[in-house]
Design a protein around this ligand. Structure first.
Ligand SMILES: [Zn+2]
Length: 323
């Protein structure tokens, strides 16, 4: 994990789980001395606002959380600014959401960080930082899509071994927040679990969902929008499987939706898998035909993400792709 990656003199913003208030503090002051700096403002999101689990965000890397690699862990120079995800050099690193690569530089140009780094701007004053990369897959100023391959995991900079150092900045560059909590609120389990998407979601994960629902006999349009007709169908599907019919597609529902697919499979479920692979930069035609090109893409994805390389898409491969 990182030996440093502390924010040094930058400001820290602690986004409170489940609440709206934010506290800002200078590194080293400690939470006990936090000064409320951002109050509630008119028009701020409320509990009744649209869910943040809207399909916009994606898991940036598969691996495990090393002991002491969490946000806020003690580091020389200040608390650890991100979450470490450990895997071997060359493991795929993916954009956490749509955005623009605004920095491609040592330490991302951020104080206290080291190694090859990317910063992506996602709009709404939200940024993600990817540290200690072995190789870049995108140029500076690239427009990237959520889940797009952007880099290889590595061990560049001040580290004890290969891993991704992942940071989220919310409210401006330098306003770091706990990436695990931030992503969980947006339906992404940084630990590698199934995603959660709520009604109103859009994007590639919804496309995969719609293809899978068609395979289960629900005649849905595939438009990438999780709107009322699709929600009603998912609720019927959930009821039929003995699940809570809440319309949220998450860890209980996905395993009932996906199919284990292999070369020779044909149908809407294959289209769903093709959409999921394309979310991770596979570039496949979505034709519902699991041929040799697709089998190669599955193996490449599995190899790149240190999964069992068998060319067969079972629940573990689906979960990694959709997460
Ligand atoms: Zn780190």
């Amino acid at each position: 994990m990182c030996d440093s990656c502390a924010p040094s003199t930058e400001m820290i913003s602690a986004e409170e789980v489940g609440g709206l208030s934010r506290r800002t503090l200078f590194a080293g002051l400690g939470l006990g001395l936090a000064i409320p700096a951002i109050g509630l403002v008119a028009g701020a999101p409320t509990a009744s606002a649209a869910s943040l689990m809207d399909g916009r965000w994606a898991n940036p890397a598969l691996g495990h959380f090393p002991q002491g690699g969490h946000f806020g862990a003690s580091r020389p120079g200040g608390p650890h600014a991100g979450q470490d995800v450990t895997n071997s050099t060359g493991t795929g690193v993916y954009a956490a959401a749509d955005g623009t690569v605004i920095r491609r530089a040592w330490g991302g140009g951020l104080p206290g960080r080291s190694g090859n780094g990317l910063v992506i701007s996602h709009g709404h004053d939200q940024y993600t930082y990817y540290g200690h990369l072995n190789a870049y897959h995108v140029p500076l100023n690239a427009e990237v899509k959520s889940g797009q391959r952007i880099a290889d995991m590595g061990a560049t900079g001040n580290v004890t071994g290969p891993h991704l150092h992942f940071e989220v900045h919310s409210g401006g560059i330098g306003r770091i927040t706990d990436p695990v909590a931030f992503m969980a609120k947006r339906g992404v389990d940084l630990g590698g679990g199934w995603p959660r998407i709520d009604p109103g979601s859009a994007g590639a994960t919804v496309v995969a969902l719609q293809h899978l629902m068609r395979k289960h006999g629900h005649d849905l349009a595939v438009d990438g929008k999780y709107s009322s007709a699709a929600v009603a169908a998912v609720k019927r599907f959930q009821s039929s499987k003995g699940l809570a019919a809440d319309g949220q597609v998450g860890p209980a529902t996905w395993p009932k939706l996906v199919f284990t697919l292999h070369e020779g499979s044909k149908g809407d479920h294959v289209k769903g898998l093709q959409a999921a692979l394309n979310k991770r930069s596979a570039g496949l035609a979505v034709d519902g035909d699991f041929g040799p090109v697709m089998a190669k893409a599955v193996r490449t994805y599995q190899s790149t993400n240190r999964l069992v390389v068998d060319g067969e898409a079972g629940p573990i491969t689906w979960r990694a792709l959709l997460g």
